[in-house]
Write a protein that binds this ligand. Sequence first.
Ligand code: FOL
Length: 176
Amino acid sequence: MNKKNSIYAISTMGLLVAMMIVLTNFLSIQTQFLRISFEFIPQAILGMFFGPLWAGISSVVADVVGTTLFGKAGFFIGFTLNALISGVLYGLFFYKKEITLKNTFICVLLNTIIISLFLTPLWLSIMYHVPFFNMGLWIPRIIKAVAMLFIQTGSIMFFGKALPLKMLASRYMAKG
Ligand code: FOL
């Protein structure tokens, strides 16, 4: 990649990281035990454009910077691990790959199981000293996870396939 194109790549990354920060900290619905946000859209686009390594690094930066500057519930390192894992997953599934319904759904399902149905409840139970199998924690979480499964798959398909984002990104997606 030449110098000009790497400048484009870095600015695009910065813009997507900024969008993740805004979506998570300002445009989300958040209670003590549940957050609903559309952070996954710029994160999945990071995966499509830049691959697992850079999507993982950018997601960690978005979490650390966003939570430090704007977080309302303190900072817990477990959520940084969530950011890393989901960034890497989007990169593995979407970078230089056809965005198919099957691929997208499997990626979203894996993300939901690892992050929403295992790690986040684990972090929350550690942070707030509640048992892992607390039903008040699980009932809204399961309803949200099922609904978001379809919303996430649909939005990622839309941004990955319907919009001509590839044209925008072609200059730094090229091999050179
Ligand atoms: N610490 C760090 N490092 N980052 C954070 O974002 C953070 N957030 C909180 C506390 N410490 C933090 C606030 N607490 C969920 C619930 C509570 C919560 C953070 C996240 C949650 O339910 N997350 C969703 C995924 C997030 C989404 O949809 O954007 C989940 O289903 O796991």
